[in-house]
Design a protein. Structure first.
Length: 709
């Protein structure tokens, strides 16, 4: 024990000296999937915006962690752990869900170490509940030392009286984080943080090469919960390990923990701003044709005694050329020297890229007397934003390195007209679209299984008889999967608006996912409106109405939604159950000038509860998003049940990020620790804000670098 104390004193003494300044990103991730040595944390952080996935396995324990560097000095983690036979009293293994957060209070400098404060398992069952204050300093560019003080689980070995008792005597005691059983999980245990005994921990890391590291640590974690259940042995406080980082971002590690167990670890850290597949697999933007060549094109030559080209031929050529670029023409008219065109972007994740392609097609197609271009972007027949530009600017800025941004400065971005100009001229409506193909539905990290899935065939169809009106539906036929295999019945004391989700999978075969009639329109400038009726989602049908105020140049938008919903039968057909409810929300949306987006929804939820949902997303310019949300309502923690309140994380990955080919499709996954009935909101197709936001002025400006691509 004296040797361990000397080791800790040496570490802490070194940290206070005038040593090497190395504010480098974390070189290794711990078995908890966060910057650290083996089991203990360090004061390091990942590069800003980094997403790290880690799985570590030893003896009867598996930890799977997603860590995201939210801010340059703050990261958050979600962990899904498997502890075999942990709940042996009832013959169950534990699938444990928990959250961590880590704040770097001080960056490393020549004068001192990096210092960080962290919470482990602050919103889970409390199995890993602990807090720490830790410092890390580089002795040389390749050798770093870490020392810290821990509470909770990190105070299991060598625990001493809490030094914070000099501030308040209440810091001397700490309650059992899991004393209330499963019903108290998910609560933020403020009253336990940094309370009870405290203990020291520390360690060293040597980066033998830029890829290869070796670590040794003194851990204050005695694995008390596991040893009491006979799941592991703790023969030594010293852990040793090594890791190797490959050029593709994958790190493979191994360690010897507690003097009794071998651990294997695999991590993958990447920057979402760098696509997995480089862009450029799509076709290049059409080159601008010389003006003389466009003027001599057959469709631009007057026929017979006509003074102007035949409009029908122009429409046909425009439609064909735009369709080749993944753009749908739904309106076109000419007035003097002005050409007005309305399009729907079917292909590009950046609306600015669709605008650039459209103006190039116009320049390569339209007669020379049309010098002013007006491009209106629409979504499902709903006009959103109009961009005005001069034809001459395209040619003048074609070879300018800053041509896209100079073009933005010269263009006018304004609200779109309420009515699509020239829609009747080209018979854009009615229109029928459909798709038949496979589908995959995934559910990660529920209380009983790490992965549930369903694979089958689906038919999606949409009919638009006129602008703004859409009749759409989706049929699904499951073929294989385990979504319906849960044996956990709902024990909710609230109306079972979500906790019976498994019955919709187990008691249905061919199912109608949704069938709706939707009408969207522009009541006036900066306002959008929507009414939807029918089978709104798999579990509810009814009527939904929404109004959105979103000025074209604003970062702020306000919305209001009112719904009448009735619960559908479990068989996924046309019948309804007896439960019905009126729900509604007032919403505030705000996009910062950086990568962050905030949304606050206040109102009534499906179980009749009243409350607020706060959502924060980190959104990168390429469309990759990582976010978190939490909902608090007037439902008590006890009434809510396991998890205490609705919360989770969500990740949205553009398909183009994976393939390098332009696409508007995204892969979206929401991960909740548990799905319960409190704070549940109706899932309505085509909510207005998400439908129009990428076409509004601020979003367009952020994407304008893709205008000429």
């Amino acid at each position: 024990m004296r040797v361990h104390a000397y080791l800790m004193i040496g570490c802490l003494g070194a940290l206070s000296g005038q040593l090497v300044a190395m504010q480098a990103p974390a070189q290794t991730l711990s078995t908890y999937g966060t910057p650290g040595l083996i089991d203990i944390p360090t004061a390091e952080v990942l590069p800003d915006g980094t997403l790290a996935l880690t799985t570590s396995n030893f003896k009867d324990t598996s930890r799977n962690t997603l860590t995201f560097q939210l801010l340059p000095s703050v990261y958050g983690s979600f962990r899904y752990s498997y502890l075999r036979d942990f709940d042996a009293g009832v013959g169950l293994s534990r699938y444990d869900r928990s959250f961590d957060v880590h704040f770097q209070l001080r960056r490393e400098t020549p004068a001192g170490p990096a210092i960080a404060l962290g919470l482990r398992d602050f919103g889970g069952t409390g199995v890993y509940a602990s807090e720490y204050l830790v410092a890390t300093k580089h002795l040389t560019p390749n050798v770093s030392v870490t020392g810290g003080i821990g509470w909770g689980r990190l105070a299991g070995r060598g625990g001493q009286r809490n030094p914070l008792t000099v501030v308040d005597g209440r810091f001397d005691t700490r309650a059992d984080s899991n004393a209330g059983g499963i019903s108290t999980t998910g609560q933020l245990d403020f009253g336990n943080w940094f309370r009870g005994d405290a203990a020291l921990f520390g360690g060293l890391r040597w980066n033998v090469t830029p890829q290869w590291s070796v670590m040794a640590e003194y851990s204050s974690d005695t694995y008390t919960a596991e040893t009491q259940r006979g799941l592991t042995d703790v023969d030594s406080p010293i852990n040793i390990g090594t890791s190797y980082r490959f050029d593709n971002g994958v790190t493979l590690g191994g360690s010897y923990i507690n003097g009794s167990a071998l651990a294997v670890q695999l991590s993958y850290a990447f920057d979402p701003r760098r696509a997995a597949s480089p862009a450029g697999h799509g076709a290049a933007a059409p080159a601008l044709k010389p003006a003389e060549q466009v003027a001599l094109s057959s469709w631009n030559l007057a026929q017979g005694n006509n003074a102007t080209p035949e409009p029908a031929r122009l429409y046909d050529v425009l439609n064909t050329q735009l369709a080749a670029e993944g753009i749908r023409l739904i309106g076109f008219e000419r007035e003097g020297s002005r050409a007005r065109i309305t399009v729907e972007n079917l292909r590009y994740g950046a609306a600015a890229q669709a605008v650039g392609r459209t103006t190039r097609v116009m320049a390569n197609t339209l007669p020379q007397q049309l010098q002013q271009f007006e491009v209106t972007l629409a979504e499902n027949g709903l006009p959103t934003t109009r961009i005005k530009s001069q034809r001459s600017d395209l040619y003048e800025l074609e070879d300018d390195l800053d041509g896209a941004w100079r073009g933005l400065a010269r263009a006018q971005v304004e609200d779109a007209p309420a009515v699509i100009p020239g829609a009747k001229n080209i018979n854009a409506f009615p229109r029928l679209t459909y798709r038949f193909g496979p589908y995959t539905q995934l559910s990660f990290f529920d209380p009983d299984e790490p992965l549930r899935y369903e694979v089958g065939a689906e038919l999606k169809a949409a009919y638009q008889p006129t602008t703004g009106l859409t009749i759409a539906g989706q049929l699904r036929q499951p073929v294989v999967g385990n979504l319906d295999a849960t044996a956990r019945p709902s024990n909710s004391v609230l109306p079972k608006v979500r906790s019976d989700w498994a019955r919709y999978a187990s008691e249905s075969d061919l199912r109608l996912s949704h069938l709706t009639a939707e009408y969207a329109w522009r009541p006036r400038e900066d306002l959008f409106a929507r009414v939807t009726a029918g089978y709104l989602e798999q579990m509810f049908g009814g009527v939904s109405a929404e109004l959105l105020w979103f000025p074209v140049g604003n970062s702020l938008a306000l919305g209001a939604e009112l719904n009448y919903a009735r619960q559908r039968d479990f068989d996924g057909q046309f019948g309804f159950q007896d439960y019905d409810v009126v729900t509604g929300h007032a919403s505030v949306y705000y996009k910062t000038r950086g990568d962050y987006h905030f949304q606050v929804d206040m109102g009534r939820y499906l179980a009749g509860d009243w409350g607020t949902t706060v959502t924060v997303d980190r959104e990168f310019n390429n469309g990759f998003k990582v976010g978190a949300f939490a909902t608090l309502t007037d439902v008590s923690y006890e009434e809510f049940g396991e998890g205490s309140f609705d919360k989770g994380i969500r990740v949205e990955v553009p398909l183009s990020w994976l393939t390098g080919t332009p696409s508007r499709r995204n892969i979206t996954q929401v991960i909740r620790p548990v799905l319960r009935d409190g704070g549940a909101r109706l899932n309505v197709q085509n909510r207005l804000y998400e439908k129009v936001r990428d076409n509004r002025g601020r979003a367009l400006a952020a994407q304008w670098g893709r205008y000429a691509r």
